[in-house]
Design a protein around this ligand. Structure first.
Ligand code: PEP
Ligand code: MN
Length: 636
């Protein structure tokens, strides 16, 4: 439904009120509405407070959205229901085989515009898989602007896609252009793409809605977001909940790019609907060198993933060569995304498919509940988030009361792995976990880095001035030192930060607050009073995956060592010289006093090498000769 605001005299607006709305803001909003002659009524939908406002708002709605305490203005009640956030508060995660679209991990689908031959598809697929793509995309039926352009290989192309799936383990995505070929597509394809030109082909939408295949619904060339979501509604209303949205640029007057990429659609869509959204910067820009910056921006703006055209020989591509990345460019882009993703609290996991396969296979400690992973504390902690981002949504997190208990759970076989913090970018190593590693036969078998954003969490409506007591883990207080100091609060230590939030619900006192991540507030139904209170926003924690054996046989690129050198001049210098001689890159070096031996130190060293491989043996032998004590904490 499109709305021309100028046509309306009297209309209804919905003001979505902020979760942090205070009583004084509420009074101010109501006074202003009354003074301007609007009538209004307060309603509550799915635990959100809304104001239904009736009157003639004119064309400029910004004055409503800029009122303090108003989070969003909806100009007319949206006609989509099943697609709306109100209908479904939690984000929808669409499962495509082992790949979860809309979860904690960025999903990248890549491939050529069209499948041209078996050799071409295989070459592109191998490269995409190697660089971290998890879904393979290629057209078999191509909707082309000109009837004389290459129209795709049809069924032969689909057969090649199925072969790629067989060989690489990547599930496939391809465009369905007509109801006539839908049955055929269902045999070969794991995600049905509805192209921009078919976004309002309602017969096609209804037919794919009757299947249970995931659908990638592209935004039409000139479609408003509301029209796009109405098309999603067609699919959902036929019973298929597996809809993934894809923004691919809209038609504007601007000729420098093929289309205009509407990145602002990401936050708009995230607010209006629970469906995941991918960005296709290839069709949006049409020009190879514009694809990479737009892809980076899409991830920074909160997209759940990307759709990227890649070709092994773009100059010879039968369609869309100018916008197809060379495989190496795609590889570089993926490295950039890997770095950007943690900033927005997500992860690009190069080992995604291999890990997912290993997680879904039965293991020794599996009793039907899937892979078990011990974490400190409960759901809602950053350890829990690290666990989900590393292993995926299908693991069972085993809460424990201490780091030692997490290690013991693995040693006793209750859990196959533990996820524990090893190092924080602001406060340094978590020595307790290094000590536990030295005391056990367990190793670091993987690592994951998370950005840590802390929030002050309390009861709904609490003003910060009312707070007297704040609960959290001591490490958390350290990371938020600037915010908590000088407030005169009593700081109460808890075993982990999610427990701190849980305690608020038990004690039910507005003078109590907690510091934890946003997830913990959501888990326990509490309110975020202030977000981003860590002293330094560059606050990252590196978590180690602790186990007896690794999850996959992925190549091990990094190792953590601990050693002690003799107490003589140049001893440390000589060990470092060995790394230099053997061309080993050092990525961490830290010293720590040895308990009970004043002025003697242990050195904590991370290197970019597999310390347990045969190639490393000569270096290791030389290192052992120059040290009094040496332990390999793990290669991963
Ligand atoms: C495509 O994905 O190859 C394609 C034709 O995209 P769109 O429908 O967005 O133009
Ligand atoms: Mn294309």
């Amino acid at each position: 439904m499109s709305v021309c605001i100028g046509e309306w005299r009297e209309r209804t607006l919905i003001l979505i009120l902020a979760e942090t709305l205070t009583e004084s803001q509420s009074t101010q909003i109501q006074t202003e509405l009354r003074c301007e002659g609007f009538s209004y009524k307060e309603i509550e939908v799915a635990d959100r407070r809304l104001l239904e406002v009736t009157g003639n708002p004119g064309q400029d709605l910004t004055r409503f959205s800029s009122l303090p305490g108003v989070e969003q203005v909806i100009a007319s009640p949206p006609a989509f229901k099943l697609a709306s956030r109100e209908a479904h508060r939690a984000d929808t995660v669409v499962q495509v085989g082992d790949v979860a679209v809309g979860g904690e991990r960025i999903v990248v689908m890549a491939g050529p515009c069209s499948i041209e031959s078996r050799a071409q598809a295989m070459a592109v697929a191998d490269a995409c898989r190697r660089y971290g793509a998890v879904l393979f995309r290629g057209g078999a039926f191509k909707p082309r602007s000109s009837p004389y352009s290459f129209q795709g290989l049809g069924e032969e192309g689909l057969k090649i896609l199925a072969e790629v799936r067989e060989q690489t383990g990547m599930r496939t995505v391809s465009e369905v252009t007509s109801t006539d070929t839908l049955e055929l597509m269902l045999e070969y394809v794991d995600v049905l793409q509805i192209g921009a030109r078919n976004m309002q082909n309602f017969e096609l939408l209804k037919r794919v809605g009757k299947t249970d295949k995931p659908v990638l619904l592209k935004r039409g060339l000139s479609a408003t977001i509301e029209e796009w979501l109405m098309s999603a509604e067609y699919i959902l209303s036929e019973g298929n909940p597996n809809v993934i949205l894809c923004e691919r640029g809209i038609r504007t007057f601007e000729p420098y790019t093929r289309n205009t990429l509407d990145l602002s659609a990401i936050p708009v869509v995230k607010r209006l609907t629970h469906l995941p959204i991918l960005i296709d910067p290839s069709h949006a820009t049409g020009i190879r060198e514009k694809v990479i910056p737009m892809a980076r921006a899409a991830i920074a703006a909160g997209a759940d993933g990307l759709m990227i055209e890649v070709h092994n020989e773009p100059a010879k591509a039968k369609s869309d060569g100018a916008q197809s990345l060379y495989p190496e460019q795609f590889g570089q882009l993926m490295r950039d995304i890997h770095v950007i993703a943690p900033v927005v609290e997500k992860q690009l996991d190069f080992g995604y498919l291999d890990k997912a396969r290993a997680v879904s296979q039965p293991v020794d400690v599996d009793d039907g509940n899937g892979l078990k992973v011990a974490i400190l504390g409960d759901v809602g902690t950053f350890s829990h988030r690290a666990c989900l981002q590393y292993f995926g949504e299908n693991v069972t997190a085993i809460p424990t009361a201490s780091y030692r208990a997490a290690f013991e759970a693995v040693q006793a076989g209750y859990a196959r792995f533990a996820v524990v913090p090893l190092e924080n970018s602001l406060t340094g190593s978590v020595h307790e976990n290094y000590d536990l590693l030295l005391d056990s036969h367990l190793k670091i078998v993987g690592e994951i880095m998370l950005r840590i954003v802390y929030s002050l969490i309390g009861h709904d409506g609490t003003e910060i001035g009312q707070i007297r007591r704040v609960f959290s883990h001591p490490d958390v207080f350290r990371q938020c030192r600037e915010f908590v100091s000088g407030q005169g609060w009593e700081l109460v230590s808890t075993q982990d930060e999610a427990t701190a939030v849980h305690m608020l619900t038990d004690r039910d006192d507005v003078a109590d607050a907690a510091i934890a991540g946003r997830d913990a507030a959501e888990t326990h139904g509490m309110t975020v009073l202030q977000e981003g209170i860590e002293t330094n926003p560059r606050n990252y924690t590196r978590f180690g995956i602790i186990g007896a054996t690794p999850l996959t046989d992925a190549p091990r690129r990094k190792s953590s060592l601990i050693y002690q050198t003799p107490n003589e001049p140049g001893a440390l210098y000589e060990t470092l010289g060995l790394f230099s001689e053997h061309g080993v890159n050092l990525v961490k070096l830290e010293s720590r006093p040895i308990h009970g031996k004043p002025w003697e130190y242990l050195f904590y060293v991370d290197i970019e090498a597999d310390a347990e491989s045969p190639e490393f043996e000569p270096t290791l032998k030389a290192l052992k000769e120059k040290t009094d004590y040496l332990a390999i904490l793990g290669s991963y």
